[in-house]
Design a protein around this ligand. Structure first.
Ligand SMILES: Cc1ncc(COP(=O)(O)O)c(C=O)c1O
Length: 376
């Protein structure tokens, strides 16, 4: 696979899937290569096991390439929440976060604060529209704040923060910790402006669960204590017995145990495919898909609460219908897969979303908005 069109042609799931912000159906290359890796692991041959073991290094290198980081700064993790926990448990001082963040941010920060015996305090941001804008962070900033933890793209509002503006606002002396779950691989941003970036491969990278990662810049490593450091995070290179080595002076300190090599392989393949297709090209196509979804919602008079400006959004459209349950039922009946939560219905296309899927959405919204009726 090489060209952008080749990449688009790999979207082979059946029409109606608009739930990429929840789970990305596995790509053909991930499916094929994980079978091959599993066969190698089934052989028991040391050379075959070593070959699959190389997936860890490949994943770290590819993630680093997309983040503008060094491979040594990147760790593979079981999930993005594991990566965030590695960062948040090692922080001190006051940490800003939105109370409405995905719980991987909010709950992890709260638990880390509880375990810190007063050394770490969350300061919750509660903007009315749920958007953690640069202004909202500015209002809450004072000398006690040591770090800001934020989703690059919010899972609920769809709002995309301006990483560069946040970095400029908080300056070099505070840490910027980014949850890039809803943007990595589909938004070409300046990730290197953040100190810690956590993400995973099971949505937009189409690589399945177990594919978390987190990067820790040199500045992050100076300031975050590796309190959750495990047996793979030490200065020892092999097995150690009768000694308790110190945490490694590298990002490896923020790991616990040996990674799942099959998962690392899936992550590497998912990242390789978006790298080869070009993240900027994916971003541009995704923006067009989101425009199409917005146009359909507008045409049927359904309110949209997510941002419309391209630079403030990624792949999430949040609808605020008058009758959310009715809309959710109409979508399900039409074979449209979306996420209905409370008063909101979240739609998330991908670059490869086809015209048939948008037509199903259009038909479902038409039936719900009462545009169509049966006479006679
Ligand atoms: C913004 C965000 N962060 C974190 C997660 C959870 O990630 P993981 O399952 O890798 O811990 C999700 C899942 O939907 C999410 O949307």
């Amino acid at each position: 696979m090489g060209t952008f069109d080749d990449y688009l042609s790999t979207f082979d799931n059946e029409p109606g899937y608009l739930n990429w912000a929840a789970f990305g159906p596995l790509s053909p290359s991930v499916r094929e290569e994980v079978f091959a890796d599993a066969d190698l692991l089934g052989s028991g041959r040391p050379s075959s096991l070593a070959l699959v073991g190389e997936r860890i290094g490949q994943a770290r290198e590819l993630v680093a390439e997309l983040l503008g980081a060094e491979a040594d700064d990147v760790t593979v993790q079981p999930s993005s929440t594991h990566g965030l926990a590695q960062a948040l448990y090692g922080l001190r001082g006051t940490v800003l976060a939105g109370s409405g963040e995905f719980p991987s941010v909010s709950l992890t920060l709260e638990r880390a604060a509880q375990a810190s015996h007063g050394a770490l305090q969350p300061r919750w941001l509660t903007p009315a529209d749920g958007r953690i804008t640069t202004d909202a962070v500015a209002e809450a900033l004072d000398d006690e704040v040591t770090a800001v933890v934020v989703s690059h793209v919010d899972f609920r509002t769809g709002y995309r923060v301006d990483i560069a503006a946040l970095r400029e606002l908080i300056g070099p002396d505070r840490l910027l910790i980014l949850d890039a779950v809803q943007s990595f691989g589909v938004i070409a941003a300046d990730y290197a402006a953040a100190d810690v970036v956590a993400g995973h491969g099971y949505k937009w990278l189409r690589a399945g669960r177990g594919t978390g990662f987190a990067s820790f810049s040199p500045r992050a490593r100076e300031r975050i204590e590796p309190v959750l450091s495990g047996i793979t995070g030490t200065t020892a290179s092999g097995l150690f017995v009768d000694e308790l080595p110190a945490p490694a002076p590298s990002a490896q300190a923020f790991t616990v145990s040996g990674p799942d090599t099959l998962a690392a392989g899936r992550l590497a393949i998912g990242v390789r495919d978006v790298r080869d297709a070009g993240v900027a090209a994916i971003e541009a196509r995704l923006a067009e898909q989101v425009d199409a979804v917005l146009e359909i919602a507008d045409r049927h008079g359904i309110a949209v609460s997510s941002p419309r400006a391209r630079e403030e959004r990624a792949g999430i459209v949040s609808l605020a219908p008058e009758e959310p349950a009715r809309l959710a039922a109409a979508l399900a009946n039409a074979g449209v897969v979306a996420t209905a939560r409370g008063a909101a219905v979240r739609l998330a296309p991908h670059a490869g979303t086809d015209a048939a899927t948008l037509q199903l959405l259009d038909d479902a919204l038409a039936s719900c908005a009462g545009d169509t009726f049966i006479s006679g």
